[in-house]
Design a protein around this ligand. Sequence first.
Ligand code: ZN
Length: 166
Amino acid sequence: MFDEVHHRPCGRPTKSGAPCRAQFSGPGFACKLHTTDHEKALVEAYGQGLETGRAKERAWRQRAEAAQVERLERQIRTLREELDAKNRRFDVDGDQVVTVDGYGYRCGGPGTLEVGDRVLLPENYVSALRHSSGPFPGTVTELGTTYTGTLSRIISRAPATPRQTG
Ligand SMILES: [Zn+2]
């Protein structure tokens, strides 16, 4: 509708009959003096339309970006799950394999462990620092593990009622 040109001459007839030589910039029809109320309204509406269009475009772009991020996250989640499923071990040489508080362990039984079961774990260098030396309790958080290294063996199930540990 408008040329966004800077500093073009108004050109409207003045009282003397000569074209107005005032320059104006941006969307519009004439210099301030020679712009009619109707033209002012048109320019204003144009500006608002432009603003609305830009706001819509911004919103659309944000939605598109959010959708793309979501799509990528979903893809990553799927790939991770596929990789997890491929690498997850549920038994080692006949022992059940579970994850206890984030770490893989094997368990020779008796019975089968479920998520939420309390178990007694052998001391390791971290537990020795945290719980002092000796076996320490843990909770089965997952069945199987994706850890590929050697697994320690769970000592036993812990008593059903967990001890109070401050
Ligand atoms: Zn003018």
